[in-house]
Ligand binder design. Sequence first.
Ligand code: ATP
Ligand code: SF4
Ligand code: MG
Length: 321
Amino acid sequence: MSPLLSIERLSVAIGGVTLLDDISLSLDRGQILGLVGESGSGKSLTALTVTGLLPLIGGRIASGRILFDGTDLASLGPAGLRKLRGGRIGFVMQNPMTALDPVQRIGEQIDVVSRLHLGLSGEAARARTLDLMGQLRIPEAAAVAEAYPHQLSGGMKQRIVIAMALAGEPDLIVADEPTTALDVTVQAQIIQILTGLVRERGLALLLITHDMGVVAQACDRVAVLYAGRVAEERAVDPLFERPAHPYAAALIGCIPREGMAEGSLKGIAGSVPPATQFPPGCRFHPRCPHAVDICRTERPLLRETPDGGLVACHLAERIAG
Ligand SMILES: Nc1ncnc2c1ncn2[C@@H]1O[C@H](COP(=O)(O)OP(=O)(O)OP(=O)(O)O)[C@@H](O)[C@H]1O
Ligand code: SF4
Ligand SMILES: [Mg+2]
């Protein structure tokens, strides 16, 4: 069976600058794919592209395509994309406050999704809203439904945004940093709720985070982005045990193996450069402790790893041992 979501050789540009470069990812039903990378690596841009929101920020797909359940998103017009988003694709945006209307009651904001996407009547929509709020372990749901966003805590607001994403009965949830800025206990609860939904309902979840702990806890597979490219894509266990890309290894903070200088991967100095300043060759080379001449001139192509993953590094075999 073909994957639910298939991103094929996708490049995205804004104002003539290519920000995502030849990205390929896929996600099956019942699976959680983590998307990780430092700030500026292209995680949110990937989420906006998958949810059809790219035009809103002046972006366009320069090449490649996104297939959702076999349909090319490019073949859907703005109305088709709106129907898909909120319907079969639920989106939890990076900042919950931007997703909530400050002057509308919480319950109404959730109701509208099932009214619009499932065609429910006002009463049925409210019943569904309260049911969802209960599933998300929101206490006193009826009272919370009457509240305004500013009356709720950060963790509660995030649950509301997740309820909105679920209200249209999606097959795929795209969650962009759903737990950032929440305290550790609430963070764990939200992740547990999301993973529970995937396991119980067979949803697919694209989980964007910069927190490798969340990835280890929740994900089946993980794609590591660096400067708009996929550095490594693997199942979680082999990635954590034996990362093949120096950037993935550094993110995991793994202990260097035989043949590597002691401590060489424990920290990565610097940050992701802006897209107008991406270096030639491997974009990670200015920060990579293993860089050799070829890294400065030739782009490392994605190659398969023996365990069915992908890695883009000239020295991957040597580094993974
Ligand atoms: N609207 C925009 N116009 C121009 N460039 C943008 C726009 N949005 C993002 N970018 C650029 O695209 C690149 C990727 O940004 P993106 O927001 O996807 O990063 P991210 O991985 O989500 O980072 P963070 O962890 O900070 O959320 C960055 O270089 C960013 O400056
Ligand atoms: S290709 Fe070279 S610079 Fe890039 S990650 Fe691999 S070793 Fe480092
Ligand atoms: Mg982001």
